[in-house]
Design a protein around this ligand. Structure first.
Ligand SMILES: Cc1cc2nc3c(=O)[nH]c(=O)nc-3n(C[C@H](O)[C@H](O)[C@H](O)COP(=O)(O)OP(=O)(O)OC[C@H]3O[C@@H](n4cnc5c(N)ncnc54)[C@H](O)[C@@H]3O)c2cc1C
Length: 414
């Protein structure tokens, strides 16, 4: 059994940052990573451009409040420190509306820069941690951890778990470490997919595939209580609805589906018009363009494919003449555009989610140093903890902040 001072489980964003922090304190940490390279998920972030932080920071962007310890960690290694950390290593920032990317717009440059800060000899790739147990002395004191992998066994004085959540399994994180943490006495808040698209899957959704509109979307429970709201570009797909605003509300839908199996959305597909203005326009066109087919009722204002989906949902033949539409039907079209309600059949699941909502209970983490309150010598960072940020660089910022603090704390630095 090989002895190591610090063992890091998972070489993703948080694990690499933790290793860099340990090495910055002049100490050594062994990273065990099950994939064939470090930071595989980083390469996929921001569509390959890696939106690695954001200049706008608020506790609510991480679904925590200011009194929450999470915010202290985010302040101790904040976005400015993350930017200078990478800049000092040669990755200059490129900022757009607060969103920060590497100047190269290549995620790989950021991953490589982190990799250069880690001693290659202290990285084991294609090795999976299967079990962690506390090593107890004869006096019943925990003297470290026995870490069993598919290839070896290690005795580690301290362990930092940065194995991610369950989102995007193809990049390595599959949630198996939640069971390891349970076996060590931790409580896991049930993980659900977040930052993902939503399945509606009705006959009409096939008609709107490929359409993008500027809109607003709300999430509701079955009692019509509003859970969340967001606006921006909605992307309509053949089996549902996607786009950043949908991603932002998806964690609430996921939780609701997990709780009661029923969740709803309400969309406004034409935020530029009030309901009255839209109805006025529809009635005017019915009057002025009597021979036109219903499909073209909002030509020049709204994508025809979306209009066809709305007509199908309303049970109106898209080939009927405008003059044949009743005022009630015109009102119905208007209502469906301004207040489109649908039941969510499901989220697109962990495979299509960017992050996990849920994980190790925040109550069991000491937010002074990212150590476990349950197991002395154990540290946690990144997505494995029950913290998920909104879309826009916040999840990586959490990985940098928590990974850095876990690393320096485990190394005994300040
Ligand atoms: C497609 C996509 C795009 C994204 N875009 C952005 C973005 O632009 N900005 C942003 O802020 N966030 C983005 N995110 C989210 C962000 O990537 C994650 O929040 C972040 O990577 C989490 O870091 P982590 O280190 O906690 O976990 P991960 O990056 O998931 O790393 C965990 C690592 O642990 C390894 N591992 C797991 N179990 C074991 C085990 N038993 N033994 C050994 N190794 C193990 C995994 O292989 C993995 O490498 C995106 C996510 C996805 C999927």
């Amino acid at each position: 059994m090989r002895s190591v001072p610090i063992l890091i489980v998972g070489g993703g964003a948080a694990g690499m940052m933790a290793a860099a922090a340990v090495s910055g304190c002049g100490k050594k940490a062994l990273i065990i990573e099950k994939m064939n390279q470090l930071g595989k998920k980083i390469l996929a972030t921001g569509n390959g451009r890696c939106n690695y932080t954001n200049l706008r920071q608020k506790p609510e962007f991480y679904h925590v409040d200011e009194t929450d310890g999470v915010w202290e960690i985010l302040k101790r290694f904040d976005e400015k420190q993350a930017i200078s950390f990478f800049k000092d290593a040669g990755v200059y920032p490129r900022e757009r509306d607060g969103y920060v990317y590497p100047m190269s717009l290549q995620a790989v440059s950021l991953r490589n820069c982190l990799q250069r800060k880690i001693d290659k000899k202290w990285v084991h790739l294609e090795e999976e941690v299967l079990e962690i147990t506390q090593n107890m002395s004869e006096l019943g004191k925990c003297t470290g951890f026995v870490v069993k992998t598919d290839k070896d066994r290690y005795l580690a004085k301290k362990v930092i778990i940065t194995a991610g959540g369950m989102a995007s399994k193809c990049h390595g994180s599959n949630g198996a470490c939640f069971d390891i943490l349970k076996s060590l006495g931790h409580t896991i808040i049930k993980p659900v997919p977040a930052l993902t698209w939503l399945k509606i899957e009705e006959k009409y959704t096939k008609l709107w595939a490929g359409v993008r509109v500027n809109g607003k979307i709300k999430a509701y429970d079955e009692n019509k209580n509003e859970l969340a709201e967001d606006s921006g570009e909605l992307q309509l797909v053949s089996t549902g609805i996607s786009g950043i605003p949908v991603f932002q509300i998806s964690r609430y839908i996921s939780r609701q589906l997990e709780k009661t199996k029923r969740a709803y959305i309400e969309a406004d597909f034409l935020t530029e018009f009030s309901k009255d203005e839209l109805l006025g326009e529809i009635l005017r066109r019915r009057q002025d363009e009597q021979e036109l087919e219903a499909s073209y009722i909002l030509e020049g204002i709204m994508n025809n494919k979306l209009v066809d989906a709305i007509l199908s949902r309303a049970g109106i033949n898209k080939n009927s003449k405008l003059k044949d539409l009743t005022t009630e039907q015109c009102e119905q079209i208007c209502s469906l555009i301004k207040k489109f309600e649908a039941e969510v059949k499901d989220t697109a699941g962990f495979d299509n989610a960017q992050v996990t909502c849920g994980g190790v209970s925040k109550r069991e983490v000491n937010f002074k140093n990212m150590s476990s309150k349950i197991c002395k010598g154990l540290y946690l960072a990144g997505e494995i903890v029950d913290v998920d940020g909104i879309c826009g660089g916040y999840n990586l910022q959490w990985a940098w902040s928590s990974g850095y603090i876990a690393g320096i704390s485990a190394a005994g630095g300040k």
